[in-house]
Design a protein around this ligand. Structure first.
Ligand code: 13P
Ligand code: SF4
Length: 318
């Protein structure tokens, strides 16, 4: 899908914040933003949350238009849950390395090799993969979903092997894991993390479960983006080393201004701890998407209905 040109000099003279608020009123639109979005986008959003909270909000909203500032699978989930709304995204190319690591045909073949097994699939996947899954889960509710499946059932868990391994450890449940991963959460350096921790011995290490096992092993707390945020707000520690996408630190700092936050560094000398997909979204693109109601998320009704089934099962258990 083509993207609107951003070279328009007229955009430079606009008060984007004001224009976005005006368009929201005119279009009866709501902006849902993930915690990994840049601060400026979070500040114009009506609702900020993790994958589960955003799906719940997308289902609940009565707005005519949902502007989803996140990545493609999140906006697709909003459309699946609330098909009568117009769902627009700032940049159609904002995908997800984890969702890309699980293409539909190999996924179907994997399921076929395990007849009788129940598949639990992380929400970071395409609508096609959702439609072939028994349950969807997010990092907030994965334990609840796994615990709800009878002990004798074999579980196929896709696509994140790191989250899968972590849940196997915490639930004691054996699962067959798809070998996918998030390129952002696999970019953190254990060596550098240990070095930073040595300089800040009283800081608590908090990590997203998409990180690799050695990182999770040294973390004081592991959880979804919303639980990491809550931990910073409620834990007595004054310093935290944050091992996830640093966009989350905007809300952490807003809600707990007295706390010191230290972003964990990636392996290479790069900004590869920033999600390159989430960061494709900009306030300019949010404005243009609301103005033009493009690009829109669309899918066949047949696919939507099939993808809805495992999402509804997840929401019922959440
Ligand atoms: P959360 O559901 O914890 O917000 O995670 C979403 C995600 O994409 C993490 O990389
Ligand atoms: Fe996907 Fe990783 Fe970006 Fe999350 S941080 S949206 S899992 S690429």
């Amino acid at each position: 899908m083509s993207q609107p040109a951003l070279a328009d000099p007229a955009l430079l003279s606009l008060d984007l914040d004001e224009e976005i608020r005006r368009l929201k009123r005119e279009r009866n639109a709501v902006i849902l933003a993930h915690y990994y979005q840049e601060g400026e986008i979070q500040d114009v959003a009506d609702y900020i949350g993790d994958s589960l909270q955003l799906a719940q909000e997308a289902k609940r909203t009565t707005a005519d238009v949902i502007l989803f500032a996140g990545v493609h699978f999140m906006a697709e989930t909003a459309k699946i849950l609330n098909p009568d709304r117009t769902v627009v995204v700032p940049d159609f190319a904002a995908g997800c390395s984890l969702a890309d690591s699980c293409p539909i045909e190999p996924f179907k073949a994997w399921r076929a090799r395990h007849p009788g097994a129940v598949s639990v699939t992380y929400i970071n996947c395409s609508a096609e993969v959702k439609a072939e899954s028994d349950y969807i889960c997010t990092s907030s509710n994965v334990k609840k979903i796994i615990d709800a499946i009878p002990a004798h059932q074999q579980i196929l868990f896709a696509p994140d092997k790191n989250l899968g391994r972590y849940i196997m450890k915490t639930t004691g449940r054996d699962m067959v894991l798809w070998q996918g991963a998030c390129s952002v959460h696999e970019a953190f350096s254990l060596q550098k993390l240990i070095g930073i921790k040595a300089k800040h011995p009283s800081a608590k290490v908090i990590a997203h479960p998409e990180c690799e096992e050695p990182i999770l092993d040294v973390a004081d707390f592991v959880g979804s983006t919303s639980s990491l945020l809550k931990f910073v707000q409620t834990d007595a520690a004054e310093e935290f080393i944050v091992v996830t996408e640093p966009g989350i630190m905007h809300q952490m700092q807003k809600r707990a201004p007295e706390k010191r936050l230290i972003p964990a560094p990636p392996n290479a000398n790069c900004a590869c701890n920033e999600c390159p997909f989430m960061r494709l979204n900009t306030p300019e693109k949010v404005y243009l998407a609301l103005r033009d109601l493009q690009p829109q998320i669309e899918m066949s009704e047949e696919l939507r209905r099939r993808a809805l089934v495992p999402i509804e099962r997840m929401l019922a258990l959440s």
